[in-house]
Unconditional design. Structure first.
Length: 95
């Protein structure tokens, strides 16, 4: 379970580094943080973990979930600023 969570985090980081538009970030958000996303599937797999390991596994999954949500938020803000700057630059070039 812990290996799956860490692998998912690494996979997410790699996918996030390739995102260049807000549409792509929305697709990534659905894939990872959506109701039927990969993080939710980890939560569903928690029922298969032995009782003595559930607390630790749950904490790790929550950390991954919080990481994914925070990185998505930061990347979205970054992309919005870049898109706004592109619009400004395009507008200035016509003056």
């Amino acid at each position: 379970m812990l290996e799956n969570a860490n692998a998912l985090k690494a996979q997410f980081e790699e996918a996030l580094s390739k995102v260049t538009t807000t549409a792509e970030i929305d697709a990534l958000r659905i894939e990872y943080a959506g109701k039927k996303g990969l993080v939710s599937s980890l939560m569903n797999d928690l029922k298969n973990v032995p009782n003595d390991q559930k607390k630790e596994a749950g904490m790790v999954i929550n950390q991954v979930k919080q990481f994914v949500e925070e990185q998505l938020r930061l990347k979205t803000e970054e992309l919005i600023k870049l898109e706004e700057q592109r619009k400004i630059d395009d507008a200035e070039s016509y003056d």
